[in-house]
Design a protein around this ligand. Sequence first.
Ligand code: AMP
Length: 280
Amino acid sequence: MKILSTIAEMRAAARAVRREGKLLGFVPTMGALHEGHLSLVRAARQRSDVVAASIFVNPTQFGPKEDFSKYPRSFERDCELLQGEGVELLFAPTSEEMYPPGAVTWVTVEGLSEKLDGKSRPGHFRGVTTVVAKLFHAVEPDVAFFGQKDAAQVANLRQMVRDLNFAVEMVVCPIVREADGLALSSRNAYLDSEQRRQARVLSRALRQMAAAYERGERNALVLAEAGRKVMAEEPAVRLDYLEIVDPDTLDPVATIARPTLAAVAAYVGATRLIDNVVLG
Ligand code: AMP
């Protein structure tokens, strides 16, 4: 596996691959890798000739009071995992490389970037779309792989790709979970054992909603109420949002008639966790 730390090196390596007529797949990450990330790498491996990944803890998607400085970092171990999965190119730039002094240009998906997580994390999606646009320019992939875990991120990125004519095919991979339902997340490392137990309530609430949907319930208010009732079983877990929305526009849906996103975000202690399920 080649590790590239400058945009120029990354672009040269990627262009060499594509000059050979090979299909380049790309998996962007913030590191602290787990099976969720590796599932994206495996999907990329299957769908592309050469796989590039990136590890970059993107400062611009963290709010001033968020966990940027303490975000888990495990570069050596991440490299071993990626190498083990057959990743050929790893882009691991510094913050200065990605954001040289004087950079003032942003990519903002208007409207969408203020919904769901964008409401409670102002500026978050602007940071995400800006960094992914920059990563796409550095790697110029044919196909890029993202997790359904971050459903609102997927909506923002799809819209960006459409609006800015990126020649990148987006592939979205299913959420990888622990045996008890908790969605894998680098932030799960923050949880102590009691919080780890409490955190199961997010996936439990979503499962309850999915079960009600399967029994024929189509009224979003009723489904959301069922989810909130489960969330209330763990009073120490502070609900940020529980919403039933269109997966593309992220606007609330009243009656479920097509695949619809049920999404939840909650604080377990100081740790903000998200999860979702598609109904229908
Ligand atoms: P992150 O390192 O948290 O920015 O995540 C990098 C990519 O991995 C994103 O596309 C995430 O949606 C995806 N991802 C994170 N957790 C999971 C999971 N549990 N299952 C599937 N994909 C995931």
